[in-house]
Structures are given as C-alpha cells and as structure tokens.
Design a protein around this ligand. Sequence first.
Ligand code: HEC
Length: 168
Amino acid sequence: MSNHDEHSSFIKTPQQLVVIVLLAFVVPVIAIVLLVQIVVKRPHADPGAMTPEAIAGRIAPVGRIEVGAAGAAAGGAPRSGEDVVKQYCAACHQTGAAGAHKIGDKAAWGKVAKAGLEAMLKNATQGKGAMPPRGGAADLSDYELARAIVFMANQSGASLKEPAAPSK
Ligand code: HEC
C-alpha cells in the first residue's frame, strides 16, 4: 500500500471536487461564448456596397456637365439675353467677325436699333448677310432671340425695353 500516495490527486475534499467540476464546465462555456462574439461582431462588408448604384456612386466623376439642360427646348425657363449672347452670339458679335455688329459699337448698333426691335428681330430670325438664321441657334425661341438682341443693343448704347415674356 505504499504506492497509494502516487495515485493521490490534488483533490482532497468534496468541496474541491465540486469546484473543479464547475470550472470544467464554466471555463469552456465562457471561451465558446467569447469566440462566438468575436465571429458575430466582426465587421462585415456591407452587402449594399456592391449594388450597381453604389459602385457607380463611388466611381462617379467629380464634376458633370449638363449639355443643353438650361435650354427652353429642354423644357426649362427661357434663357436670359445675356446667356444667349454668351452662348451663341458672342462668337461673331463680340469681335465683329464677318462684319457683325460688334457689342459696344454704338454707331453700328445705333443704326440698326433705329429700325426698331421688330425689324432687328426679323433680320436676326431670317439671317442677314453673313449672319445665319437665329445666329445658327435654331432652338432659340423668338423671345430668347429678342432678349439677346436687346442685351447686345443695350450694351452698345441703345436703351431698348425687354420684350414681354410670351404667354403660354
Ligand atoms: C456666324 C456669325 C454670327 C452669329 C453667331 C450671330 N450673328 Fe448676328 N450678325 C452677324 C453678321 C455678319 C451681321 C451683319 C449682317 C449684315 O448686316 O450684313 C449680324 C447682324 C445682326 C443683327 C442686326 C440685324 C439687322 O437688323 O441688320 C442682329 C440684331 C443680330 N445680328 C443678332 C444676333 C443674335 C441675337 C445672335 C445670337 C443668337 C447673333 N446675331 C449671332 C453674324 C452673326
């Protein structure tokens, strides 16, 4: 019976046994709970991030140009005389190219303005000499064309009244 001690455990009392048994259950359970939490709480890739819209949003260019969006033809408000002139008429009338009445040239504009807006509008609509009909901007309404003429004439010493907006 001398080797009895070799088999003796460090558990000497029933209380120790109870503690060991409890720990044997509790420690693995806590470990599993922690593991599960790590897996569940791991940040996932957002599934919405891979939709075509989301991708297009991320790779969208920084700026965007809307061509013709401001036009009356596109259903927008009529463009102002200044806008129309800048966009279409300045090409010739800013520099006086091809004999166009230069913006700011009071003598040249004074002559045509004397004939009145109606006459100028008619010539601008049909075209005259080197000037193409409507200055080449076929989508301009008469109202927009008239405002552009008034703008240019008034920049050149005339004091024409803006035409009334057409009633729709
Ligand atoms: C391609 C060049 C060109 C463009 C673009 C142009 N014009 Fe002209 N415009 C002319 C020339 C050239 C004349 C002189 C015509 C002449 O008297 O022989 C003229 C003359 C005019 C006149 C005087 C007409 C008259 O009664 O004798 C008006 C008004 C006018 N342009 C308005 C406009 C407006 C408004 C625009 C823009 C929508 C415009 N033009 C765009 C070349 C241009």
